[in-house]
Write a protein that binds this ligand. Structure first.
Ligand code: NAI
Length: 910
């Protein structure tokens, strides 16, 4: 079977209201009122037929293997070069392979269907071929003419091949005549047209039926076997009349899109065809006509594959993405039909160094940058030395395509001084997802609508026109995305993920979702029984790998048990051998051996800890190593409500599951420097682990698919948090955390509390609200120390000194609380940085205090801070714990002794 395997389209965002055109030119050509309905599409100042063809072809190829394309057919009557193959520019912009045939089909409005016929012939002749057809046109018409109203700009693209055919080609019939209803002579800008009535009656009305009848005879079919008649025709009444004469009822005739975008020349037959395919159901039969110096008639049958095509912009998406304009002068300016003064700045030389263009063609036409094979840092442009300051490896760059990567606006500006066809010139820094950034011109946007962080997509545009030499220069610009287009999917393209226990249940759901979003996945599963006893099996992992592959994803199976050091090493090695890196690890493998504590035998206790806790250690360690080398990592641990809150009969499981949260708490600190984020999911889902624990009606509502989105987010680059525990199931998501209550001071802090003190204050000790969360143990300890001597009801009276840091130390001896210093012998050293800072040492000995400027020879505890932070700490503006956690307060030496400072000195309010 041969036919259409994919399609795409592009209609520029700008639409000219026909009423506004009439208002501008109606005084001159009153008859324009007859066609002044709806709007026509028109190119932005940086678009032409080639940029539109690239956009439509990218839409057609989205998500497909570009490497499979063996030939391109570019069809248009308005290509920018007469002698420089435009199709070769198209192939370069798409980064298609080098061994490819490129051809331009031109000189007739029928070029679109003729290119398609050539592609179908090519694929029929050689089963290895996959041919991309792109039809596009941006035709000019004289201001104040009907044609200016009728025409529109646009492009459509189809892929022709044998695999995954969504519209089977069943046959064609063509007639050719030198029938000249209009022509565009060499070097002329506008068409010369003959009388419309004659063009209709002698052309459309005779040549079209001849081609259709020829096809029907050849294929032995009638109009009864046509469900959709796709037939571009400027004249709507004529279109209906011809269809009627051929026996087609009006519902069969596809709308000519006149009111939505106008007639897009050589692209229009394919544009209408793509629109028909977007609405088609399997089994539908489509008759497609291309008209111009004769007529091509092609017959297709839509297959089930139409439902498998991934969503794309297409005609419907292009029509929805519109900006209507009533500014006719802008329309004329963008088409070069008026020449407003640009000033001296507009005279900048535009000559293109063809040698440099050739050398840098990948970068300029294909937006290729580089990526370091050592540290995976992406950069634009590609250079000899890696830009990552921690890497700086030389000669390690490989090509890296930026065009299809989403980015975000990092900075932008609107420049009214720079020469622009549509001032202000808007440009700024784009940060790409997956790394790399570059300064780009922005297009298809308004300055007032831009925000930092807004998603952008890259678009191939005309950068300049060198009118003197007849040269159009192209490069890529950023298009800020709004509305539906702004939905920026979280993707894992280029990432390698390991999911343990992925042969079933939650792990399988994670593996499928990761692969569907572009990750290459190691599907690990030992394949044992629910309680982990007995032999393993390769089947569960193999089944999931097959499932992923059948859906077009990439995966390999691993059958190792996580319960041994060697198993963990093997799992990670599998990822490195198959895919070269590890970016994501989901520690998910699990078993259950439920028994009450008294009945819990050692082997049940150990088996559960071996898989859940030790298993996570075995895999995480080598994976962490690989992630550190790559400078990136996302690890997801799996805990459980049983661990977080307890569950009867699961002491082994609860212990293991809670231990994983502890492991995460430390790994989040160790991974910080290497951009490795570690988080923990507490799922609730229907699986073989829970089938006999949950009532059937609850079990039904708990598909693992509800858990997957959260885990995908935690596994993604977008997740910048580390150390979080998140509960999820049945569509509910909530964070769980370890909180510490405000506590209370018992006694005066000097006396060791008695057991009875604890009993008496139990309620206060017990309070959890207002709870605090600590980023690490150090912060928790410092908090404990700095709140010593206070209760929450009596906040510390540390107040500022008017004379800055020096004054604090000059008054320090006066503020000394001798009674709190009994038996103490220690030296505090303060190193206060900044213009108001200095070094001081405070010696506490024999109940006395001595403050000296300068450092101490042997300090017990050294406090290091900036002057401003130090003062803020004293006023209470800066929280001691937070200052310590963020590194603003550093403590060297005996950390525990720092707690005494608050008690030893009472700094008075000035
Ligand atoms: P499941 O039994 O469907 O999946 C666990 C998978 O891990 C199985 O395919 C099993 O073959 C595999 N596995 C067991 N031991 C292994 C080993 N030594 N090496 C490699 N693979 C091994 O269960 P489910 O529910 O999908 O569980 C996934 C994770 O989620 C487990 O860690 C579980 O403790 C946890 N969890 C699940 C909850 C739920 O409601 N389903 C609740 C809380 C936590």
């Amino acid at each position: 079977m041969i036919g259409i395997t994919s399609y795409g389209a592009y209609i520029p965002r700008l639409r000219m209201e026909r009423t506004a055109m009439f208002e501008a030119m109606g005084w001159f050509a009153p008859a324009l009122i007859m066609v002044a309905q709806g709007e026509r599409s028109f190119c932005n100042h940086d678009e032409d037929s080639l940029t539109m063809a690239v956009a439509a072809a990218r839409d057609c190829l989205a998500g497909l293997d570009k490497g499979a394309v063996t030939q391109t057919c570019l069809c248009s009557t308005t290509l920018p070069f007469l002698d420089r193959q435009n199709g070769a520019i198209l192939a370069s912009a798409l980064n298609l392979r080098r061994e490819i045939v490129t051809a331009d089909f031109t000189s007739s409005l029928r070029a679109g269907t003729t290119g398609l016929l050539a592609a179908l012939d090519g694929v029929r002749a050689d089963e290895e071929r996959t041919i991309l057809v792109a039809a596009t046109d941006k035709r000019e018409a004289r201001p104040g003419s009907f044609y200016e109203m009728w025409f529109g700009d646009g492009a459509a693209s189809v892929l022709v091949g044998r695999e995954g055919v969504l519209a089977e080609f069943l046959g064609s019939y063509s007639v050719s005549y030198d029938f000249v209803d209009h022509y565009r002579g060499a070097g002329k800008r506008f068409d010369y047209t003959w009388e419309e009535r004659w063009a209709r009656d002698e052309g459309f009305a005779k040549i079209v039926p001849e081609a259709v009848r020829g096809l029907f005879e050849k294929l032995k079919i009638t109009m009864a076997e046509v469900d959709r008649f796709v037939f571009p025709c400027l004249f709507k009444a004529e279109q209906k009349a011809i269809a009627r004469s051929l026996g087609a009822s009006p519902e069969k005739v596809a709308d000519n899109l006149h009111e939505l975008c106008g007639e897009t020349g050589a692209a229009h037959a394919l544009l209408m065809f793509v629109s028909a395919l977007e609405q088609a159901k399997p089994g539908e039969r489509i008759l497609l006509l291309g008209y111009g110096q004769g007529c091509d008639a092609l017959y297709f049958r839509v297959t089930e594959n139409i439902n498998r095509l991934k969503p794309r912009r297409g005609v419907a998406g292009s029509l929805a993405n519109r900006k209507s304009s009533g500014n006719y002068l802008k329309f004329l300016k963008f088409r070069g039909l008026i020449e407003p003064e640009e000033g001296i700045r507009g005279e900048a030389p535009t000559q293109t160094a063809l040698s440099a263009l050739w050398r840098k063609r990948g970068m300029i036409l294909g937006l290729k940058g580089g990526r370091c094979t050592k540290c995976a840092t992406a950069q634009f442009p590609r250079m000899d030395i890696c830009v990552n300051p921690a890497c700086q490896a030389a000669g390690t760059q490989e090509d890296y395509e930026f065009a299809d990567r989403k980015g975000r606006i990092k900075t932008f500006t609107g420049d009214l001084l720079a020469v622009s066809d549509d001032p202000p010139a808007i440009y700024g820094m784009v940060q790409f997802d997956g790394g790399g950034r570059f300064m780009a011109d922005f297009t298809d946007c308004e300055l007032s609508g831009l925000k930092v962080g807004m998603p952008v997509a890259m678009s191939f545009r005309r950068r300049y026109v060198d009118g003197d030499r007849g040269f159009s220069g192209y490069f890529w610009k950023a298009v800020p995305l709004t509305g539906v287009a702004a939905i920026d999917e979280i993707r894992f393209d280029g990432r390698v993920a390991i999911v343990t226990g992925a042969g079933g249940g939650l792990g399988r759901a994670y593996a499928l979702a990761l692969a569907a979003r572009g990750a290459r996945v190691v599907v690990n599963d030992y394949g044992g029984t629910r309680d982990g006893s007995g032999e393993g099996s390769s089947q569960p992992a193999n089944r999931v790998v097959e499932e992923i592959r059948s859906l077009g994803g990439q995966a390999v199976a691993s059958y190792d048990s996580v319960a041994s050091v060697q198993g963990g090493e093997n799992i990670v090695k599998k990822a490195l051998d198959a895919f070269g890196r590890v970016d994501i690890l989901i520690n998910n493998a699990g078993i259950l051996r439920d028994k009450s504590a008294i009945k819990m035998e050692e082997q049940d206790w150990k088996a559960v800890l071996d898989v859940h806790l030790d298993g996570a250690y075995h895999v995480t360690r080598p994976a962490f190593r690989a992630m550190r080398e790559g400078g990136y990592g996302r690890i997801v641990m799996t805990t459980s409500a049983s661990g977080l809150y307890g569950n009867f009969g699961q002491s082994n499981y609860s212990a293991a599951k809670m231990a994983l949260a502890g492991m995460m708490n430390t790994l989040k600190l160790e991974g910080q420097k290497y951009n490795i984020k570690v988080n923990t999911v507490a799922p609730t889902a229907a699986s073989r682990l829970t089938e006999d624990i949950m009532p059937p009606e609850v079990f039904q509502r708990l598909s693992p698919d509800y858990v997957t989105p959260l885990v995908m987010y935690l596994a993604s680059e977008r997740c910048e948090d580390s150390g979080f525990i998140v509960n999820t199931g049945a569509g509910y998501v909530s964070r769980a955390a370890i909180l510490t209550g405000p506590g209370t001071k018992i006694g005066d802090g000097q006396r060791i509390p008695t057991v009875e003190d604890i009993r008496d204050d139990w309620e206060k000790i017990n309070r959890i609200s207002p709870g605090k969360e600590y980023v690490d143990a150090g912060s928790a300890i410092v908090s404990l120390l700095t709140t010593q001597g206070q209760t929450p009801e009596q906040p510390q009276a540390a107040l500022p000194e008017p004379g800055g840091v020096g004054e604090v130390f000059r008054n320090m001896a006066a503020n000394f609380q001798a009674e709190a210093a009994a038996g103490l012998d220690l030296i505090f050293e303060f190193q206060i940085a900044g213009p108001g800072g200095g070094d001081w040492s405070v010696t506490i000995r024999d109940g006395a205090c001595r403050v000296e400027e300068g450092r101490a020879a042997r300090a017990t505890t050294t406090i290091i801070m900036a002057d401003e932070d130090f003062l803020k700490l004293l006023t209470g503006e800066l929280d001691g714990m937070k200052a310590f956690g963020s590194g603003k307060l550093k403590v060297e030496g005996d950390l525990m002794k720092a707690q005494l400072i608050g008690k030893l000195f009472k700094i008075k309010k000035p």
